[in-house]
Design a protein around this ligand. Structure first.
Ligand code: NDP
Ligand code: MG
Length: 390
């Protein structure tokens, strides 16, 4: 039986992972489940799956978790050190599905014990890609991509010579505002940005899809995970969301990965890898879809893609700045302090302020310096927002 842990078990990816584990009785033993505020879900899943330990990220919620699991054999713990401890418990496979840079330390801990890390948490690759990849190598641990585009690239490259790849194209649905007049984006509300045309996901990644910050993170993710050069990475808007990525080879051929917009495909591929198992995803009816559309993203509508190119060139700590600035700008948008379009301007301003010194940007990546830069970038967002609002 494969020993598995799920970091971010109460979220959208975490719940889809649990759904797949439930559908494969006798194949998996659950070691650790972690969550945040959704204590009822965490406790219910920990009991149903017979987890050894359940951890909430929030110290203050420990009594609630303890009460919910009273009388069960599940150990309980809370806080960031407990998340790392849970991720360090021996397991064969760990799902990294915490949202945001908070997923980095537990992800590193899982790699540190040699587990295969199924990586949904793209923010950890954007923030500290070289550190994550090097930790995997040092511990002979494997990282399997779960983001649908990166799973698609990974699958399209099976059996291929990586040196023969000339380009990759990742697709984007265009998000909630793809057909809105550009001038209306400044007035877009949180509720409007939180509805996705094709995918059901957590709120933060859904808003990031509307702004294309999600695609920006994914470009950097592709660079860090596969080692592609920035100019090899292209983005196309593809409103049907059935072609997830295409890999181009030196002989002009393109391998496209096609599937329904259901994350259980990419999660299931990583869960059962290197085998393929039947998954509860709908068969794609291409005749019903009829037409697949592709178009180049409008640079005026999606400044985040240009910022991602800058970060892919700079590398080093610029990824930590970019991700943290994006996360904090998103917090401030959700809280109603800045408008939807202002997220672009605030992130660009913070990148300009904090990435000017090449020596500092290229300092060796350690968890400490990444955390410091993450903190500085969040502070800088607050500074920029207060300057704009004063
Ligand atoms: P959700 O917001 O649905 O879930 C996030 C999970 O992380 C929850 O378990 C949440 O706990 C927990 N969490 C939140 N904040 C913290 C914190 N500070 N420390 C520890 N745990 C925390 O997100 P998604 O499932 O949508 O996304 C998870 C990751 O997967 C993200 O990195 C996202 O970019 C990536 N991803 C998601 C896709 C999707 O389809 N959803 C597709 C591709 C990638 P609680 O809810 O209990 O508070
Ligand atoms: Mg994706």
């Amino acid at each position: 039986m494969k020993q598995v842990s799920i970091l971010g078990a109460t979220g959208s990816i975490g719940q889809n992972t649990i759904d797949l584990i439930r559908r494969a009785p006798g194949q998996f033993n659950v070691v650790a489940l972690t969550g945040g505020r959704n204590i009822a879900q965490l406790a219910a899943d920990a009991m149903a799956l017979g987890a050894k330990v359940a951890v909430t990220a929030h110290d203050a919620l420990l009594p609630e978790l303890r009460a919910a699991l009273a009388g069960s054999t599940v150990e309980v713990a809370a806080g960031s050190a407990a998340l790392i401890e849970a991720a360090s418990r021996p397991a064969d496979w760990v799902m990294s599905a915490i949202v945001g840079a908070a997923g980095l330390p537990p992800g590193l801990a899982a790699l540190g014990q040699g587990a295969t890390l199924a990586l949904a948490n793209k923010e950890s690759l954007v923030t500290a890609g070289p550190l994550l990849m090097q930790t995997a190598r040092a511990n002979e641990a494997r990282i399997l991509p779960v983001d649908s585009e990166h799973s698609a690239i990974f699958q399209a490259m099976v059996g291929e010579d990586a040196d023969a790849v000339s380009r990759v194209i990742i697709t984007a649905s265009g998000g909630a505002f793809r057909d809105w007049p550009l001038a209306d984006l400044a007035r877009a509300t949180v509720a409007e940005a939180s509805s996705h045309p094709n995918w059901a996901m957590g709120q933060r990644i859904t808003i990031d899809s509307a702004s294309m910050f999600n695609k920006a993170l994914e470009m950097i993710e592709a660079r860090e995970f596969f080692g592609f050069d920035p100019e090899q990475i292209e983005v196309l808007v593809h409103p049907e969301s059935v072609v997830h990525a295409l890999v181009g080879f030196v002989d002009g051929g393109l391998m496209a990965h096609v599937g329904p917009p259901d994350m259980r495909h990419a999660i299931g591929y990583a869960l059962h890898w290197p085998q393929r198992q039947a998954l509860p995803v709908a068969a794609l009816d291409l005749a019903a879809i009829g037409t697949l559309n592709f178009r180049a993203p409008d640079p005026a509508r999606y400044p985040a893609l240009r910022l991602a190119r800058d970060v892919m060139e700079m590398r080093g700590l610029s990824g930590a700045v970019f991700n943290a600035a994006k996360e904090r700008a998103l917090d401030r948008f959700i809280a109603g302090h800045i408008g939807f379009w202002e997220m672009n301007e605030v992130v660009e301003e913070v990148l300009t302020r904090l990435t000017g010194d090449p020596a500092e940007m290229n300092a060796a990546l350690t968890l400490d310096c990444v955390s410091r830069m993450d903190h500085l970038a969040r502070q800088s967002v607050d500074q920029v927002v207060s300057e704009r609002n004063s």
